[in-house]
Design a protein around this ligand. Structure first.
Ligand code: ADP
Ligand code: MG
Length: 496
């Protein structure tokens, strides 16, 4: 089946042909005709199945009629991260080569001035992250009354990042008569509720089962020792052995570890880049671009930084850490095996990971094969205990927190800095120092600097408190979340 039968305009079909797509993906086949018809659409399909073109192509077709008015965009696309927003913009540029459309991008970390100019000129397509969009609305520079099509993309990621209240608010600012297109890889209950409130009689297009991993990905577990230096060795061995390794993403759970692993790999001569939430927008874009072009072969990344990014043709995914949230496993390995290509994933598993691994296998409804000998969890835990005991008995060099960790400042990622924010804090195992030779590199690392915070205009919505942090800064005590009963004066109770 080709693209011709979906109702797309001649101009769009020409651009699609020029881009090299020959066949629409399942979600594109299902969704495009409904979008053209003017129906609300609820599209559910796993990562990497081509959801972007399933709304950009019919939108371009529809935008051929009519003109943009100053400050009143005709269509609005909401994306959870700046990178995703930029990718959608690229999509419009690619398929809109035959159209003369104004596409404006409103993302954090960029000056308001340039964005204002684009809005003033009249945008046919406005692509935005929710926080920055609301900032513009509150400054009175942007009117949403003219929006004919609203797209909420990557809705489950929006939920993860705490954007749902913003989305609800934005939905209420746009006329009821709009067409709403809603895309998500998964359908948790909060998302379900949102669709029931804001979609009108939607055409539901659901492709493949939820939380499944693509059958084109070969997945392996690899047993490793639990100390960081052991894991780095295991990773290097895997990188040396992996067949047909074109390029790969290596995922860590914490952004501090992204930095450490990146420098270690670099020191070992790998062609490697890193992607984490503390990097400024331009550095992240440049990094990603170099990776896309093949100038970088490996990319070490955190979940937050890599979420939803369209990085084509990744041959391998390595999980340096077993993800704590099973859903992240699905998203991570979804970076490979995209659009029908084949991919391989390796997950390093140590004694601490039994519980997380079990959760993952439950979510994907299958057991993952071990490469080589399976890990004997009990033996691994016992051995590690022994080793720590021996180290303590040995006196002076008892395991303690490394100098890097102690000197790393607590860094808050603001929405403006990252255009994204993660779920709440989750901490795990205590870290043990690497042997001296490996530690030397860690000590040479410069500190990670926080981005300067930009002043935000006041607004009448709840502070987005938990959007600010990456997962990896240990919360001291209860962090921001002190239960009310602990704040009460204990003596007051006695007196009553
Ligand atoms: P999703 O949003 O579902 O995660 P994307 O829209 O980012 O997926 O697309 C994933 C990849 O598939 C991109 O590299 C994109 O260029 C490619 N792709 C999309 N549609 C097609 C198609 N019809 N044929 C071939 N490749 C496609
Ligand atoms: Mg997408």
């Amino acid at each position: 089946m080709s693209f011709d039968t979906l109702g797309l305009s001649e101009k769009v079909l020409q651009a699609v042909a020029a881009s090299g797509y020959t066949e629409p993906t399942a979600i594109q086949k299902g969704a495009i005709p409904y979008v053209i018809e003017g129906r609300d659409v609820l599209g559910i399909a796993q990562t990497g199945t081509g959801k972007t073109a399933s709304f950009t192509l019919p939108m371009l077709t529809k935008l051929e009629k009519g003109r943009a008015r100053s400050r009143m965009p005709r269509t609005l696309i909401l994306e959870p991260t700046r990178e995703l927003a930029a990718q959608v913009q690229e999509n419009f540029e690619k398929y809109g080569v035959n159209h003369k459309l104004n596409v404006a991008l409103l993302i954090g970390g960029v000056s308001f001035g340039d964005q204002d100019k684009k809005i003033d000129r009249g945008a046919d397509v406005l692509i935005a992250t929710p926080g920055r969009l609301l900032d513009h609305v509150e400054r009175g520079k942007l009117l949403l009354q003219g929006v004919e099509i609203l797209v909420i993309d990557e809705a489950d990621r929006m939920l993860d990042m705490g954007f749902i209240p913003d989305i609800e608010r934005i939905c209420k600012l746009i006329p009821f008569t709009r067409q709403t297109l809603f895309f998500s890889a998964t359908m948790p209950p909060e998302i379900q509720r949102l669709t029931e409130t804001f979609l009108q009689n939607p055409a539901k297009v659901e492709v493949s089962t939820r939380s499944s991993t693509s059958s084109t990905i070969t997945q392996y577990l690899v047993a490793t020792g639990g100390e960081d230096y052991e894991k780095r060795q295991t990773l290097r061995d895997l990188l040396a052995q992996a067949e047909d390794l074109q390029n790969a993403i290596v995922f860590c759970n914490r952004k501090v570890d992204v930095a450490t692993l990146f420098r270690s790999l670099e020191r070992h001569g790998f062609n490697v880049g890193a992607l984490h939430g503390d990097m400024d927008q331009r550095t992240r874009m440049t990094m990603l671009d170099n990776f896309r072009k093949g100038n970088l072969k490996l990319l070490v990344a955190s979940d937050v930084a890599a979420r939803g990014l369209d990085i084509p043709d990744v041959s391998h995914v390595f999980n340096f850490d077993v993800p704590i949230h099973a859903e992240d496993y699905v998203h991570r390995i979804g970076r490979t095996g995209r659009a029908g290509r084949t991919g391989v994933s390796y997950t390093l598993v140590s004694g601490d990971d039994a519980k997380y691994l079990a959760a993952i296998e439950k979510v994907i409804s299958k057991t993952i094969d071990w490469l080589g000998e399976p890990l004997d969890f009990e033996a691994a835990i016992a051995e590690r205990k022994e080793r720590r005991k021996a180290a303590r008995a040995g006196g002076g060099d008892k395991p303690k927190r490394g100098p890097l960790r102690e000197r790393t400042p607590r860094v808050r990622e603001t929405t403006e800095d990252a255009g994204e924010a993660p779920r709440r804090e989750r901490t795990r195992k205590p870290r043990v120092e690497a042997p001296a030779e490996d530690r030397a590199t860690e000590m040479r690392q410069p500190r990670e600097e926080a981005q300067p915070r930009q002043p935000r205009p006041q607004r009448d919505r709840a502070p987005r408190r938990d959007r600010g942090q990456d997962h990896d800064e240990p919360v001291i005590g209860l962090g921001d979340h002190v239960p009310a009963f602990l704040l009460r004066d204990p003596r007051a109770k006695k007196a009553s």
